[in-house]
Design a protein around this ligand. Sequence first.
Ligand code: 5FU
Length: 262
Amino acid sequence: MSASLSYLERSKLHSNPTAKAFLELMERKKSNLSVAADLNKKAALIELADKVGPYICLLKTHIDVVEDFDQDLVDQLTALAKKHDFMIFEDRKFADIGNTVKLQYGSGIYKIASWSDITNAHMVPGEGIVQGLREVGLPLNRAMLLLAEMSSAGTLAKGDYTVQTVEVARKYKDFVVGFIAMERYADKEGDDFIYMTPGVGLDQTSDGMGQQWKHPREVVFDRGCDVIIVGRGIYGGGRDAAKEAKRYQEAGWNAYVERISK
Ligand code: 5FU
């Protein structure tokens, strides 16, 4: 159902302001590419965000890998998000009880809720994790994804775990706007989740450490996902990040256009 609608049409169906704005942004920018900026120096991260900024809808961070993290990094990333028109997704993968994740999301050194439009969580602890994050994120108009599946070999996030994760998402639709997933699940009446998929690469299929990379067309056209998340395929091995980002943007977008035109 929603896989055949355009991002713009889908933006009108959402009540969560971040999901709405994100889908509009994707359409405006003709990008369903998220760059996973896994660099551990502040200057390198900022440089990469500025280079790939014109081609992406979403910058995905692992802020805790940055050795020289400070508030200025966050200020610069949010300024780049404005300059290039992208959103920020801190891939925090929260995994604790509601009360603890509330603290981890809102406070500590990183204060993730103050700058990250989107974050995510595992369902291992049960739905209290969503309740805790929602309490902090909803008043700030933030959104979250649940990890329904993972890209890595041997992942335990499958089968009944995935089914139950989707059920929890349906219960908290005002805040849970989508999934980290490897394929789109059957829509129920009123569903319109945003599917974001890591493990995407045009040139390689594995990193020898469990990561499995799929082609953007397989992810967006065959499997019906919405956002391709690409890290090393763009910045790894001395690649020209801007050139690669443009290449992935085109591959992701073409697959989306093919999907909604079918
Ligand atoms: F939830 C997930 C997952 O299932 N697989 C992932 O690879 C998240 N990731 C992240 O996407 C991972 O932590 C990296 O930040 C990124 C993939 O980077 P790559 O360099 O394209 O493999």
